[in-house]
Design a protein around this ligand. Structure first.
Ligand SMILES: [Zn+2]
Length: 279
């Protein structure tokens, strides 16, 4: 699933490719992907200009003329591509925004899990997970005070805490494993047992890891591509994710993989020791 660095990379690509362009018409080939219903969706977007593309957590927010916004979540496999309108459609192109300049913005999704919700601007925070989303992982919005208070108010394992978008927006399976390794915290460490020093380090590691990943245009694990069809390269900088059985880059101990909250979870058993609350 694309996480914040991948969605931000998509956003930047879309900004460069379609910002300022006008929609001639929209073709919806999988009705359940859009809201409201396809007829309303198509008639509302006809003739609208794409003013901007923003991001909140893992959600893209398209801003159109006449006070319209569209919240788009790529879920597992969603991708946008900009192609000449004359290019044949592929089987998994489900929503096609035909632009007046002769190009198409096409949304392709092999798993069909992605969703697009069109709402009046200002109402986007009522859509799906945006209604309860936590702070963006930036120094200004994810403060030490917020994070320490939130961690201490819960007694969940750290992997589950960081995956929960209502605690912190944007992190998913890859970056949670990486950030916990950087911070030397076990994925099952109860959130209310982190020391102030660990919370400070965790916060800084979240910022630096996401920044490095954005600079590398995200991680290409399965089929993620940015809007221009390029793969990201951050998979070459991962320390633990998908590295089970390989040596920890810090201490040489073999990386282990366990299941936490139904997610494959990678960690170094030497660097990330589980501390029980009474230790
Ligand atoms: Zn290690």
């Amino acid at each position: 699933m694309p996480e914040l660095p991948e969605v931000e990379t998509v956003r930047r690509g879309l900004e460069a490719l379609v910002k300022g362009k006008t929609i001639k018409q929209v073709n919806v080939r999988y009705d359940k992907m859009v809201s409201p219903n396809p007829d309303e969706f198509k008639s509302a977007l006809k003739g609208k200009k794409i003013l901007d593309i923003e991001r909140r957590g893992k959600y893209l927010i398209f801003r159109f003329s006449e006070n319209l916004s569209m919240v788009s979540h790529l879920r597992m496999e969603g991708k946008y591509a900009v192609l000449p309108h004359t290019e044949p459609l592929s089987k998994h192109d489900h929503v096609i925004f035909e632009l007046t300049d002769g190009s198409d913005l096409r949304y392709n999704d092999t798993r069909k899990f992605g969703r697009m919700n069109l709402v009046p601007s200002g109402k986007e925070l009522t859509v799906g997970g945006l209604a309860t989303i936590g702070p963006e992982p930036t120094p200004e919005t994810l403060t030490f005070e917020y994070l320490s208070q939130r961690l201490r108010s819960k007694k969940v394992g750290m992997k589950s805490f960081l995956l929960n978008q209502s605690n912190v927006a944007g992190l998913g399976n890859i970056y949670v494993d990486e950030v916990l390794w950087l911070t030397k915290v076990h994925p099952l460490q109860p959130s209310n047992t982190l020391t102030d020093e660990e919370i400070k380090a965790l916060r800084l590691n979240i910022f630096s890891e996401l920044e490095r990943a954005i600079n590398a245009h995200g991680t290409t694990v399965f089929s993620y591509l940015n809007a221009a069809g390029h793969a990201g390269s951050f998979q070459n900088q991962l320390n633990v994710y998908h590295r089970q059985g390989k040596p920890c880059p810090r201490c040489g101990t073999l990386i282990e993989k366990i299941k936490v909250a139904q997610r494959g979870t990678h960690f170094c058993p030497h660097c990330q020791k589980l501390r029980l609350p009474n230790d």
